[in-house]
Design a protein around this ligand. Sequence first.
Ligand code: SF4
Length: 338
Amino acid sequence: MIANKKRKVNIPIFVSHQGCPNDCIFCNQKKITGVCEKEREDVIRKKIESFLFHTAPDCNIEISFFGGSFTGIPLEEQNMYLRVANEFFYDSRVTGIRLSTRPDYISGEILENLKKYNVTTIELGVQSMENKVLKMNKRGLEAEAVYTAVKLIREYGFSLGLQMMTGMYGSSPQTDIETAEKIIGMKPDCVRIYPTVVIEETELFDLYKNGEYKPQNIEEAVSLCAVLLKMFEENNIPVIRLGLMAGEDINENKVFGPYHSSFRELTESHIIYTEIAEFLSKNPHNGKVLEVFSNKKFVSKIVGNKRSNIEKIMKEFCLSDIKITENNQIEKYNFKII
Ligand code: SF4
């Protein structure tokens, strides 16, 4: 019998742009998170309490400090956030504390402090491993800084997450794939992939308005992310986030480019579409019925957003029908022509 894995839940606490002297051209933290002021200790405590109250007790719950460069904010402030998180960690109401930061804000001294406060996971905003892209986006660091930070984080025994962006100013699908390859080489415990979107009041928005930057459209972003998702999966690296989340990361009414509230679902459907298309191109099928046997959890991805996969496959491959049969004995899905 397969053991029931505990559901993972994050309590997100946004540390908005605090301490960050950089101005990456795509970033306006205040716009992304909707948080303009530093949150006070009691407000954070109440937020965590309220989250815990509404969360089932049998989950793996982590407090996550996201949104800025956590280890770039003044030490007393970092410690204030961490002290509050530790109140919940010590009485076992949460199982972990994670945070995100820049690769060049990692040092032995910083990591010592995070260890003291029981931080379990550090996520680094890599964005790209191409120096030209990093420079064009005014990241203020080079790819080498990522390798140095990763080595230190590993030496101190933290779990490691790496975040990358696709479709950045100056990047191409090829450079994004190369970034993913380099990330895989660093063997992170998890990855997040964010297709670049344009947010108002950023330098990227000006470049977009002037026609100097053209964001990917949703189809381009989905097909690139499908390649990346498969690469990470084949290397057993979980992609814990694909695409920005409305409300949590972004005001969806104020972005331009490949934003979709179900971006991951679209990408996974695209992967299945490609696999079905490959199967049909190898098997005679004209006018016949395609039967798909699938684990329940893949059915909606096979059908696609608003039945897009089903309709596209039937039309493109002249099928008379597509029948989906649920079979939870199968790990994923397989196909048969009938
Ligand atoms: S380092 Fe992070 S928080 Fe600072 S400007 Fe760049 S993306 Fe924004």
